[in-house]
Design a protein around this ligand. Structure first.
Ligand SMILES: [Zn+2]
Length: 112
């Protein structure tokens, strides 16, 4: 069984101590459970119907959304590929054809 690299410094010299993992290089300690969840930075973002979204997912917009500061509207049904989750009120970072990079609220999208 191989251990995951240190989530803090990326060291490969991680060892297991009792029920947690220890990095000898930066002294970071964590549990295997946390390591498994760190794939998505511990961030859990769900769409309008409760599906868990992940970086790289494709989503569909379920509501016309005005783009702040412009007269553009992201129409209902717009498909958005390769989203990136982020923290905050608008928790999806993405790029929409014809509009460019913008942020969406997960409550207004559905996993495609
Ligand atoms: Zn480390």
């Amino acid at each position: 069984m191989s251990l995951p690299p240190c989530p803090q410094c990326g060291s490969e010299y991680v060892y297991e101590d009792a029920n947690h993992l220890v990095c000898p290089e930066c002294a970071h300690e964590w549990t295997a459970d946390q390591a498994a969840a760190s794939d998505d930075d511990g961030l859990i973002v769900k769409d309008s119907v409760g599906n868990t979204l992940q970086d790289g997912d494709s989503i569909t917009v379920i509501k016309d959304l005005k783009v702040k500061g412009t007269s553009l509207v992201v129409k209902v049904g717009t498909k958005v590929r390769n989203i990136r989750l982020c923290e905050g009120d608008h928790d999806i970072d993405c790029k929409i054809d014809g509009i460019g990079a913008m942020k969406l609220k997960s409550e207004f999208v559905r996993k495609a």
